[in-house]
Design a protein around this ligand. Structure first.
Ligand code: SAM
Ligand code: ASE
Length: 347
């Protein structure tokens, strides 16, 4: 790509990239300090001093944070009888307050506390080609999910992260293909059941079983899935070791991207062997473009997979090849235009 003379003399893009983490951290701090929740609860706009006092922060620090949030369009500011007052924008009210049904609060918390920390060691991750949990959190090398689930508290935080994106992308991924012919659905590594809920709401005939590790399902039952939900059931198991029960459709959402090639083939082959003719597998992943030129979000997510897991993000042809190696055919790919896309294979 040719750069204009102006772009060469004043590299605005690079300056913006350098400041990128200022933006992330400003939003994270405002969430963590409880700015958006306080403004929601109070209903009427508040002055910077009042917010600082309620949240026990310095007045000057809070004033600068609020001003930056206005610049980011996360807050609105107006003058009323000589006083400067702040309120939420629609964006912060809908997505950054804890109790909102579409909240990203828990994603923000995980990005701020865990992912940001791992990204401090990005250069090390690239040098060594492996996850940085050991370095970032001082834990000795363990299996991926033993490290992620190093305490109950960490497990719950990870589950909240996994849960929250489906508030935004869930409907699109379950509707990318018409799944109405599949009634007995297994969500392998189904975690909090967020996608299971999307499935039963999009397909009135469907029943969904969430298959995951026992301690994850225990947490899911306590915090995420209501016992009144009779069309959702739990099945405890390790998908690398335990039998995979009968189903019409196996969903694997953000599972394949966690693992290296040989584990992916091993897992998909186990699923393929469990399939009867006509059964299917639905992968839900963030797809790289075939020419590897985008989307930038997915390219960055692949770095995130490097610092945190043994996996990576892949192109459609890489997923097709994994599925065919495992014995699936008629593989179709549908992009949703949002973060996560869908790939359907049949036995
Ligand atoms: N599918 C969910 C989603 O997209 O929100 C969760 C994806 S999360 C990255 C991976 C899930 O796989 C976790 O819920 C984890 O507990 C589960 N998992 C990891 N290893 C597993 C295994 N060996 N057997 C069963 N589930 C496993
Ligand atoms: C995994 C996904 C993630 C394993 C570890 C992870 C993410 C962060 N850490 O499969 C995904 C974060 N992205 C979004 C949009 O939630």
């Amino acid at each position: 790509m040719e750069l204009s003379k102006q772009e060469l003399e004043y590299p605005q893009k690079l300056l913006n990239y350098m400041d990128g983490f200022f933006i992330s951290k400003t939003m994270f701090a405002a969430c963590e300090l409880g700015v958006f929740d306080l403004l929601l609860e109070g209903e009427s706009p508040l002055s910077s001093d009042a917010i600082a006092e309620r949240l026990s922060t310095s007045a000057d620090g809070m004033d600068r944070l609020l001003t930056a949030c206005v610049g980011l369009q996360l807050l609105e500011v107006k003058e009323h009888q000589g006083e400067v007052l702040y309120s939420n924008t629609d964006l912060s009210r809908i997505y950054l307050t804890k109790a909102s049904p579409r909240t990203l609060y828990y994603s923000v918390a995980y990005y701020s506390q865990t992912i940001y920390h791992c990204f401090s060691y990005l250069a090390d991750a690239i040098r060594e080609g492996k996850s940085q949990y050991e370095r970032a959190f001082g834990i000795s090398s363990k299996e991926l999910f033993e490290a992620l689930y190093r305490s109950e508290e960490e497990m719950l935080k990870f589950m909240q992260l996994m849960n929250s994106i489906w508030n935004i992308c869930g409907k699109d991924v379950v509707k990318a293909f018409d799944l109405s012919t599949f009634t007995n659905i297994f969500d392998l590594g189904g975690c909090t059941g967020a996608l299971a809920k999307e499935c039963i709401s999009a397909y009135p005939q469907s029943r969904v079983t969430i298959y995951d590790l026992p301690k994850v399902l225990e947490m899911a039952g306590k915090h995420f899935v209501s016992p009144d939900e009779t069309r959702i059931t739990f099945h405890e198991g390790d998908f690398f070791k335990d039998p995979i029960p009968d189903a019409d459709l196996y969903i694997l959402a953000r599972i394949i991207h966690d693992w290296p090639e040989e584990k992916c083939v091993e897992l998909l082959t186990r699923v393929s062997k469990a399939c009867k003719p006509g059964s299917g597998v639905l992968l839900i992943e963030s797809l790289l473009n075939e020419d590897r030129r985008g989307p930038i979000t997915t390219q960055l997510y692949s770095l995130n997979m490097l610092v945190q897991t043994e996996g990576k993000e892949r192109t459609p042809s890489e997923y097709i090849s994994l599925l065919e190696t495992a014995g699936f055919k008629d593989v179709q790919v549908r992009r949703t235009g949002k973060i996560y896309d869908a790939i359907l294979g049949r036995k």
